[in-house]
Write a protein that binds this ligand. Sequence first.
Ligand SMILES: Cc1cc2nc3c(=O)[nH]c(=O)nc-3n(C[C@H](O)[C@H](O)[C@H](O)COP(=O)(O)OP(=O)(O)OC[C@H]3O[C@@H](n4cnc5c(N)ncnc54)[C@H](O)[C@@H]3O)c2cc1C
Ligand SMILES: C[S@@+](CC[C@H](N)C(=O)[O-])C[C@H]1O[C@@H](n2cnc3c(N)ncnc32)[C@H](O)[C@@H]1O
Length: 658
Amino acid sequence: MSDTSDTHQQASLDWDKQGQPLSSQFADVYFSNENGLEETRYVFLANNQLPERFAALSAGEQLVIGETGFGTGLNFLCAWQLFEQQAAPGTRLHFVSVEKYPLSRADLQRALALWPQLAPQAEPLLAQYVALHPGFQRLVFAGGRIILTLLIGDALELFGQLDAKVDAWFLDGFAPAKNPDMWTPELFAELARLSKASTTLGTFTSTGYVRRRLNEAGFKMKRVPGLGKKWEVLKGGFIGTPETADKPWFARPPQPAGARHALVIGAGLAGCATASSLVQRGWRVTLLERHAAIAQEASGNPQGVLYLKLSAHGTTLSRLIVSGFGHTRRLLEQLHRGTDWDNCGVLQLAFDAKEAQRQAQLAAVFPADLLCALDKTAAEEQAGITLPAGGLFYPQAGWVHPPALCALLSQQPAIQLQLHQEALELRREGDSWQAWNGEQLLASAAVVVLASAAEIKRFPAAAQLPLKRIRGQISRLPATAASRALSTVLCAEGYIAPARLDEHTLGASFDFNSDDLTPNSADHAGNLQLLEEISPELACALNATTLAPEQLQGRAAFRCTSPDYLPIVGPLADATAFAEAYAVLGKDARQVPDAPCPWLDGLYINSGHGSRGLITAPLSGELIAAWLNDEPLPVARDVAQACHPNRFALRALIRNKT
Ligand SMILES: Cc1cc2nc3c(=O)[nH]c(=O)nc-3n(C[C@H](O)[C@H](O)[C@H](O)COP(=O)(O)OP(=O)(O)OC[C@H]3O[C@@H](n4cnc5c(N)ncnc54)[C@H](O)[C@@H]3O)c2cc1C
Ligand SMILES: C[S@@+](CC[C@H](N)C(=O)[O-])C[C@H]1O[C@@H](n2cnc3c(N)ncnc32)[C@H](O)[C@@H]1O
């Protein structure tokens, strides 16, 4: 990965006599010793005219703030508090901030205790301040009214990956003299790229160098009086030429006109998450499900694992997994630990030399609170049982009961769940999409999100997407006195979780050819073999050697997988018109034709979550909602493009190069 372990440090703090935090890395204060709150309200809120701008927002509108240096979150919390005081119902605040050295939760709590007047905002922030690992992290507050996209890492690197338009900048980040590496023309060029005609900027510094370089980047900055000891500060706005859109096939489709009503087809994790993210932005959602209840197919297992298969090379998939893990992990805080999920950790065993080497590489580049290597003795202590090897331990991971997560996401007043309704056909009628079953019109809306796993291929608009079904079967093993000692999830080729309701889930088989979802004994036998490889002692504790596979209980479902193992998330284009519009790429892959992408207006997909839907599907709901609301994306631009439905049509055109 391009991040090095150096950038994965936490903030190192000293506390002065008044109990205020100081950075020992930068030898500077997080906020003014005399009047931190007043300074924030003046330099960042007032100098960006936020009281007036918040008050001017109409229902359905949002304002996007960008900040360098999240620190203690004081600026964020003040902006949130002001937004609640000034903005009308139905409006939203989106705050994007970057932080290279995040405070530990304990330090954050101590720092925020200085501001009792911000407690209503600080408490929810502290509650969600978990699993904030490098890269893009999404935090959702106040039922979706306040959204924080926290970029953990270096400002220049991560703003370079951001897909957003910012309305107001808070340029914070320690004094330029103490932190010259951040206040660079390169960073200011990124801020300009992310700005639009009306964007404003406030900063506490009045340094001439900063003013001149910001002006060169396209801002017009002036010195205005400061507060207290500070004579002057800078305020201004963007007067440069806003950067135009991306390559047309990855550009944002036009916003759907009319009522904010969406039809989501399929009530598994992907559909429930999409519905949730949309209603949190004030949409009404009709959620269609063909079964009698939600979560009856892949999302219906008793236990699934928060399994992070990462790469040491910062691939798009690996970065998506770290972001998705954080988001799911924060959602799980709302569920009941023990029956709905458990953060008992996940231990990936180093089952052979190659895996041990891969794990060592990962341990060298990721922070220890995400993963750490354990030798055999430490691993056994963690697991509570004898193991064949050590492994990589993910202390914040664990198992989830996926139906509970689906229920949390879908049981909301603005989601109308229609059960026993199978959409067999989609028709375009005027500005809306209609879902039909034979002669029965099931529902219609301007926006449709296909979240029906591999079944999306039945709709001609999505039939060209290369999704495959892979049958998987889990086995349910009654807990025994000895197996109850298992205290973390164990994974090798298969996985076994500590008991939920006194039953362990053992998984899972992979079958590319079978269409039959009746559990079979061959797959149970295969699962028992996987258990034997994980731990012969545990296999023995669970009587695996004496259990007859045909007597085991289990469950089978289809995973839905794409050829590059990334999910397929985003807007759909008309396949034929796409091939015609961009045919020139077959001759020269570097061309970027002007032709706008022939979008199928209002048609989106959230599918292809393979074996890791618990980690990727909830964040993908946020990604769909970001497109439909013209918001900052919750993942890096290249990650969003790697998940984009158009990637396959694009690759096909380029491969045909003559
Ligand atoms: C055996 C097995 C083990 C797994 N283990 C893990 C694990 O440990 N960790 C992990 O993260 N992931 C795991 N997964 C993967 C995870 O379960 C999936 O990635 C995730 O559930 C996918 O969610 P989904 O909503 O895309 O699909 P699904 O849950 O399959 O939901 C699709 C929904 O669409 C409905 N539908 C389909 N067609 C229509 C239609 N025409 N009209 C109306 N409704 C329709 C279906 O009835 C279904 O409810 C496992 C999967 C399997 C099969
Ligand atoms: C003055 S503090 C920010 C105060 C913060 N806005 C608040 O409300 O508490 C500056 C922050 O910028 C962070 N920072 C410094 N250089 C950075 C960089 N290059 N990229 C990202 N963050 C950086 C520091 O770690 C520190 O947390």
